[in-house]
Design a binder for this molecule. Structure first.
Ligand SMILES: [Fe+2]
Length: 261
């Protein structure tokens, strides 16, 4: 995929708010070079997180923090043996134990580099479950809010991605699964927030007013993602053709190379 990120050694600035990822941006570069699939997953989760943030009405600073968490949530996987992460069959107990270490490892790597505690917590607790049956057993509100948001985006990306043993879910099926697991795996209030407004409403040209509104909304969040993380090709979950076209138009408008790669 033609995803590019250029954050090394500089502050990322957007609309007067800066997110300083100088200390850890090389980790994303390393991830991109060494494991493009993991980088793609991280960018997808960041993109979905941004989408969720707009429905949760988080302010810009909150959005930027949680999106940074989404980009780095799986950074610890770079230090787990690749054959374990990508193993198609059942894991042995030993392999499973190693894989389960990735949130802690990612969190400690980012903490060692002096990053903000909320970023560290998002990474460490992104595999917690609302019912306390996650990796570390945190329950309900004990789990930091942003880690709960990333868990939702992570699950959406996992379900809508192709696996060797199954076809990808379409988005409405993935959302149904979220609703089914609300109160067990996921924060029920967050899940219900996504139902307040149609999260993935299919808009048609029969409803030009709504279409225009949605295009403007999409442009806004694409702009935030591109500007905040200087992505030359943001990975966009596109459930319809016009979103792809919108991205191309947007990239041309911004002077970025067109196409998703
Ligand atoms: Fe993870």
């Amino acid at each position: 995929m033609g995803v590019d990120i250029k954050m090394k050694g500089k502050k990322v600035k957007s609309e007067g708010i800066s997110v300083d990822l100088t200390g850890i941006s090389d980790l994303l570069g390393l991830m991109k070079e060494s494991w493009s699939g993991l980088y793609l997953h991280s960018a997808n989760v960041a993109n979905l997180t941004l989408r969720i943030c707009t429905f949760l009405r988080l302010n810009q600073v909150e959005q930027k923090n949680v999106i940074a968490g989404a980009f780095f949530h799986d950074v610890g996987k770079m230090f787990v043996r690749r054959e374990i992460v990508e193993k198609p069959g059942m894991l042995t107990d030993e392999e499973w134990a190693e894989l389960k270490e990735h949130p802690r490892r990612g969190a400690s790597i980012v903490a060692e580099r002096g990053e903000d505690n909320s970023l560290v917590e998002m990474i460490r607790y992104h595999h917690e479950r609302w019912d306390g049956k996650g990796y570390e057993g945190l329950k309900g509100q004990q789990i930091p809010l942003y880690a709960r948001v990333i868990a939702l985006a992570d699950a959406l990306d996992a379900m809508t991605s192709r696996r060797p043993y199954r076809q990808p879910f379409v988005m409405y099926e993935a959302l149904e699964e979220l609703y089914r697991c609300a109160g067990f795996q996921f924060d029920p209030e967050l899940v219900s927030a996504l139902t307040e407004e149609p999260f993935w409403q299919i808009t048609t040209y029969r409803d030009p007013g709504r279409l225009e509104e949605q295009i403007n909304e999409e442009k806004k969040w694409l702009a935030q993602l591109v500007d905040s993380y200087t992505l030359s090709h943001p990975v966009v979950y596109a459930q319809s053709q016009w979103l792809d076209r919108l991205l191309v138009i947007f990239c041309k408008f911004k002077g970025y190379a067109a196409g998703r790669g």
